[in-house]
Ligand binder design. Sequence first.
Ligand SMILES: Cc1cc2nc3c(=O)[nH]c(=O)nc-3n(C[C@H](O)[C@H](O)[C@H](O)COP(=O)(O)OP(=O)(O)OC[C@H]3O[C@@H](n4cnc5c(N)ncnc54)[C@H](O)[C@@H]3O)c2cc1C
Length: 433
Amino acid sequence: MPPNAAPKPVQVAIIGAGASGLMTAISIAQALESTGQNPKSTNILLLDGSKKIGIKILVAGGGRCNVTHHQVDEHQYATTKPAIVRSTLKRFSASDTINFFANLGVDLKQEPTGKMFPTTDDAHTVLHALLNEAARLGIKILNPWRVESITQTNPGFTIDSPDHHPIHADCIVLATGGKALPKSGSDGQGYKIAKSLGHSITKDILPALVPLIVADSSRWITELSGIACPATLSVVASTGKHIKSFTNDTLITHFGLSGPAPMDISRYLTTAKLTDRKAHLQINWFPDHTFEQADQFLTNLGKAQVSTHLRTHIPERLAAALCQQANIDPTTPGHALPRESRRALAHLLTATTIHIQADRGFTHAEVTAGGVPLEEINRKDFQSRTCPGLYLVGEILDVDGRIGGYNFQWAWSTGHIAGTAIAKSLLNDASNR
Ligand SMILES: Cc1cc2nc3c(=O)[nH]c(=O)nc-3n(C[C@H](O)[C@H](O)[C@H](O)COP(=O)(O)OP(=O)(O)OC[C@H]3O[C@@H](n4cnc5c(N)ncnc54)[C@H](O)[C@@H]3O)c2cc1C
């Protein structure tokens, strides 16, 4: 324990100074300021275990930070409570995010995919704007200050850390993220804290938006490392039912599959395999074609060589590998293809089965699937239903979005809703005193 004096109690302690924690803190202070109060007269404290604040914001979007998406709705998220996600995203929408950042001096631009980035193409712009605004509003940030446990003291809470004096807070916001990229400080401790305060955690906590490692039986595909092309990836149950599909760029790597489509599909594959060991991944390399259309396409080749025509649709090395898998010489003219070979190739073009051994785990995941169930949270203010005075925001909740800025949007939306609600209750308390 350090020799310095015990810190003063605070009104609000936010655990985690990532996207959702910073947004919560700023939203409380901005809401107080908008009523004419000096936000510096309220004690808002952000505690973060990491030596460096905002690591995830800085690494996001390849260092450019994909702040949000032009069009955000509940369909872009995996959730058991789409109605709650929908209302949350309506109450603080992508346009609200754009305005919020514009007010901090950060203009966002939209890319053709709909993803929104700062016009500077530099994630530092986003982090600096948030930290400058927090400083302007008098929000205190202590780091590294890792929270080990929180105890309800009625009134309020005591926050404990092995390295620091305990801190008393009237209210707590858990913004500790999930388990993705643990070196950023989000290592799952938040789940233990939430549990100790009466919450449950979903049975499975899994890496999502994560690259996939192929099994030995599909190792041939890694020979194509470096190829990137659009494809439709589907999770197919052992019954043959297509559970989920994504069409987007697909990158073949030395270990397996990465890029937007494989990462988007990863959590659906992992989840399906929990209950259906034979669930597998299927790739359609001709995203706009069915098997019948691909078969017709090959039938119509006539004298043209198979490879010449495949090359106009898919990368040459991929075309050669698929021919090899179908035991076809790629120089064969279309009309000389035996029916069975032609159908085997059409099948590979539209439904290559790839066996996945594992995903690359939390170290390489962008987000976490699972967390604190939304039904345990009051949707109006993101306050816990089991522990009054405790709020939960961001990735710690059981919601995960696709690639494209959706996960930050969830962090901004939940942080803003909780923050404005906390400000309101602080104002009510003050007027009742
Ligand atoms: C490589 C990568 C790229 C990404 N790119 C994008 C993107 O471009 N667009 C997008 O929308 N999403 C992206 N994401 C996802 C996005 O970063 C997260 O969903 C989002 O940051 C979650 O915000 P959060 O505040 O809930 O949690 P986090 O950002 O994880 O923040 C949690 C904070 O809590 C702190 N903390 C945790 N436990 C404790 C404790 N016990 N005591 C004290 N502090 C603690 C951590 O140090 C951390 O600072 C990316 C993620 C990764 C890993």
